[in-house]
Design a protein around this ligand. Structure first.
Ligand code: SF4
Length: 90
């Protein structure tokens, strides 16, 4: 099973507001780091050079918070109760 097939088995209940906020004016290195470390591939730069985080597909692993840190992230918290990721096994 591919990674994308495996991720598609998860159940997502996106919150209304993002639980991850990025800082303004991230460097190219910070953007590249975020793209490399997110196992779900949720950080994508747009045509204006800004990076977006597609929080709806977040696996809540915390890698971006731990590795990119507060220099890149203005905020990270778990989604509110009832929202976020539900893992399915089997
Ligand atoms: S918590 Fe994990 S899955 Fe969610 S955006 Fe950060 S690195 Fe990606």
């Amino acid at each position: 099973m591919s990674v994308n097939e495996s991720l598609a088995h998860n159940c997502y209940h996106p919150a209304g507001e993002p639980h991850i906020q990025l800082r303004e004016n991230l460097s190219d290195e910070q953007i590249l780091l975020l793209q490399k470390i997110c196992p779900a591939g949720l950080f994508t730069p747009d045509s204006a050079g800004r990076v977006n985080v597609h929080f709806q597909g977040c696996l809540e692993c915390g890698c971006c918070r731990l590795l990119a840190g507060s220099d890149a992230l203005a905020g990270w918290q778990y989604p509110p109760s009832g929202a976020g990721l539900t893992l399915r096994f089997g």
